[in-house]
Design a protein around this ligand. Structure first.
Ligand SMILES: [Zn+2]
Ligand SMILES: [Zn+2]
Length: 265
């Protein structure tokens, strides 16, 4: 049984895929996947996600941006990164589907919050200027992230990737009209709070992702994650939400296409 699926968040350009990247992508295609969105974390990796999109046109799509934990740069490099992201989009419009991943991360303490805040706000503005949705990375920074979006991103649309918040935080995100995406950690035995949050997300706002190579689902925990493993995540999401696997995958695929304006292939 092959059901069309999309992995809405992967980092297949990491060197952990150098040996078998093509097989990883073939495995996904053979299992019914119709798309993978690779996400950049700085200017260099934003070039890499475009490269992958060129190699697998219509299947691999690119999100380009500066990740909060990579946002501490010399002023000149920072400006070069922002303008580089903009020109990457201008030169590769058919491949770039979003600005991301951007946001706030207070778990890793190496980049001061005000530095992250600036990069986050600047890229929300860029997304608005380029008329692109955004992919949000938020770790232990819910309140500030939602505040920034409410202040500077009210007319931008996006997804909270690898959702790690509470039911209340999910409600605030949904009130903005945004999407919520779950990764393999929703399958972990102790992640009861994540499954509670997954229950309240409306069917038309839910996305599926791996965050490959990280966060392999419980069934393959400890392994390098890859797009096909998100079928385990989909099964868990379906169970807690009272949806069958087909309904869950069809829904998340349709939502992903809507958010990132993917054409059907
Ligand atoms: Zn992230
Ligand atoms: Zn990521």
């Amino acid at each position: 049984m092959k059901i069309p699926a999309i992995d809405s968040h992967a980092h297949l350009y990491f060197d952990r895929f150098d040996e078998d990247r093509q097989e990883v992508i073939s495995r996904a295609k053979d299992s019914g996947f119709v798309g993978i969105i690779n996400i950049g974390i700085d200017l260099e990796t934003s070039h890499k996600v475009i490269q992958l999109a060129r190699e697998y046109p219509g299947f691999c799509h690119a999100a380009i941006g500066l990740h909060p934990t990579h946002s501490q740069l010399e002023e000149e490099d920072y400006q070069k990164t922002l303008s580089g992201i903009e020109s990457l989009f201008e030169e590769n419009r058919e491949h770039v589907v979003a600005i991301g991943e951007i946001g706030l991360d207070y778990y890793w303490k190496d980049v001061p919050p005000e530095v992250q805040d600036r990069a986050f706000r600047d890229q929300l503005k860029l997304a608005r200027k380029l008329d692109l949705p955004v992919v949000i990375h938020c770790r232990e920074a819910w309140s500030d992230t939602l505040d920034v979006i409410e202040q500077d991103g009210s007319d931008v649309i996006g997804v909270f990737h690898c959702f790690g918040g509470t039911v209340e935080e999910a409600r605030r995100a949904l009130d903005l009209g945004w999407y919520i995406s779950f990764a393999g950690n929703v399958t972990y035995p102790k992640a009861e709070d994540l499954r509670d949050a997954a229950k309240i997300v409306p069917a038309d706002r839910l996305l599926l992702e791996t965050d490959s190579p990280f966060l392999a689902p419980q069934q393959v925990r400890g392994k390098r994650n890859e797009p096909v493993f998100s079928l385990h995540t989909a099964e868990t999401l379906g169970k807690v939400r009272g949806q069958g696997l087909r309904e869950l995958l069809e829904g998340t695929t349709e939502n992903c296409r809507n958010l990132f304006r993917l054409t059907r292939s």
